[in-house]
Ligand binder design. Structure first.
Ligand SMILES: Cc1cc2nc3c(=O)[nH]c(=O)nc-3n(C[C@H](O)[C@H](O)[C@H](O)COP(=O)(O)OP(=O)(O)OC[C@H]3O[C@@H](n4cnc5c(N)ncnc54)[C@H](O)[C@@H]3O)c2cc1C
Length: 455
């Protein structure tokens, strides 16, 4: 591939930064990933990624893109760390709109492993490339520029606690996550910051890990419960390496799960299925309860900026972080890495405009899925145009039909897994199935009536 420069820097060695660095490695002689943390010796959670202690599902699209960048990645996580590969539509139970979707075989292959394991494998594969290296304990303080402040020429960073030094590069990518200082760095250079869009959801994850028995959940790999009226509480339980379950639950806008055994079980009992509750009630806990408060989905509109310095990009959660309940962040970062690769194949001229424009198109779909679904909750503030109300009504009807129709369930899960665009759910064949499925008698299901329902 055409070489575009001597040195590229990625700030942040989490999932976003690692994937960005993989894309860059085909175009720059040396790629350096700068990370404030020290990398843990084992695949354990670390300070800079506090969400790493909580449930992370890698969507089918994310797993496919990572496999494309690092062939054999999925099998390696299974063989070396005990991750699980499964059929996302058949091996996982999905409940939304108080309806349990029919399970059925699909081509949606997913990889399940804890977040530190996914990141650890990705980091080792990346650093196995001959032209990629990492600097740990390296806290980036700001950008270095040319005297006219038109081009970024590197970063200013403190390495191993020493005083600030400049690390020179032909391209700098900010992958420091949702808390990115990118807007402040731009302002310090005389540029306008990107406009923010926020949708306040006030989700709090309460998470605990348990021992997993082979008979739990009839051998299924997990269960995902998306909140719906009346209580809008979410719950997820996923199999992890070392025969464990990770369980997270929480509601919107302060409706938090308690961090004591009795309260936690009582909270799980209010979900529209007792399946998570029943496993947790019998299982041996392996960790304490952990809490993560997530105030709002946040999108930074970099693509709308009229002026932007050359040789600088933002990436991953630094551009957009979504309500984590939908499990999209890592997959969106993977998609952005593919797009970055595509943009670099066309050269580095006008890179920011091309990349941010393409990244905005990637973000549009998962943002609309996440925000659109959150706005079903009447307490979440935001505009609800007629089209959104129609889509949410239609998706509710689709769920009702899909409790008996695995083809329909699979079509929906392909969209949720970012394999197909939402418009695919409006094809004549799917609309016909939704209509037919809603003609069946007994279509209204009171929330708790789905408990134990056969697929
Ligand atoms: C509770 C929760 C659950 C989630 N569940 C899922 C899920 O199920 N599926 C999914 O796909 N996504 C999920 N996500 C989102 C996912 O974690 C992120 O989208 C993903 O980690 C990509 O983020 P990132 O790499 O861009 O940023 P981050 O993961 O936030 O990483 C930023 C990195 O930058 C480093 N850093 C920060 N500042 C500096 C600095 N100044 N100098 C050097 N280094 C710095 C940090 O130490 C860190 O390593 C979840 C998020 C949360 C909060």
């Amino acid at each position: 591939m055409k070489q575009l420069g001597e040195h590229a820097i990625v700030i942040g060695a989490s999932m976003g930064g690692l994937l960005a660095a993989r894309a860059l490695s085909d175009f720059y002689t040396i790629v350096t990933v700068l990370e404030r943390d020290a990398f843990p010796a084992a695949d354990t959670p670390r300070k800079g990624v506090p969400q790493g202690r909580h449930t992370h599902g890698l969507l089918a699209r994310g797993s496919a893109v990572i496999e494309e960048f690092f062939p054999g990645f999925n099998a390696e996580v299974v063989a070396q760390s005990g991750g699980l590969i499964g059929d996302v539509a058949n091996d996982v139970i999905w409940i939304g709109h108080n309806v349990r979707l029919a399970n059925g075989p699909s081509d949606l292959t997913g990889l399940i492993a804890s977040r530190p394991v996914l990141e650890g494998h990705l980091r080792r594969r990346l650093l196995g490339l001959p032209n990629v290296r990492a600097m740990q304990n390296c806290a980036v303080q700001g950008l270095a520029t040319d005297p006219a402040r038109k081009s970024v020429t590197g970063v200013r960073a403190c390495v191993d606690g020493r005083s600030e030094e400049t690390i020179v590069a032909d391209l700098v990518i900010d992958a420091t996550g949702r808390g990115s200082s990118g807007a402040a760095w731009l302002q310090a250079l005389g540029y306008a910051p990107p406009a923010d869009e926020k949708v306040e959801i006030g989700i709090c994850y309460m998470t605990r890990t348990y021992r997993r028995r082979p008979t739990d959940l009839d051998g299924q790999h997990g269960i995902v419960v998306a909140g719906s009226a009346p209580n809008w509480r979410n719950g997820v339980m996923l199999a992890q390496e070392n025969d464990t379950w990770i369980v997270s639950t929480g509601g919107y806008l302060g409706d938090d799960a308690p961090d004591d055994d009795q309260g936690f079980l009582a909270y799980l009992a209010t979900l529209p299925t007792m399946e998570i509750h029943d496993v947790v009630a019998r299982a041996e806990p392996l960790t304490d309860y952990r809490r993560y408060r997530y105030v709002s989905s946040l999108r930074r509109r970099y693509e709308r900026l009229a002026r932007f310095p050359k040789n600088y990009l933002a990436f991953g959660d630094a551009i957009c972080s979504f309500n984590p309940v939908y499990g999209q962040g890592m997959t969106v970062a993977a998609e952005e890495a593919l797009t970055l690769h595509r943009c670099l194949r066309a050269g580095s001229t006008d890179l920011a405009r091309r990349f941010f424009g393409a990244a905005a198109k990637i973000v549009d779909i998962p943002w609309d899925i996440a925000v659109g679904n959150d706005l079903r909750n009447p307490h979440v503030e935001g505009a609800r145009p007629p089209m959104l109300r129609f889509i949410n009504w239609y998706i509710g009807k689709l769920h009702l039909a899909a409790r008996h129709d695995s083809t329909l369930a699979n079509a929906f899960l392909k969209v949720v897994n970012l394999m197909m665009p939402p418009s695919s759910l409006l094809s004549p064949a799917i609309v016909r199935r939704v209509w037919q499925g809603n003609r069946r008698p007994g279509r209204f299901i009171p929330p708790r009536a789905i408990e134990g329902q056969a697929p």
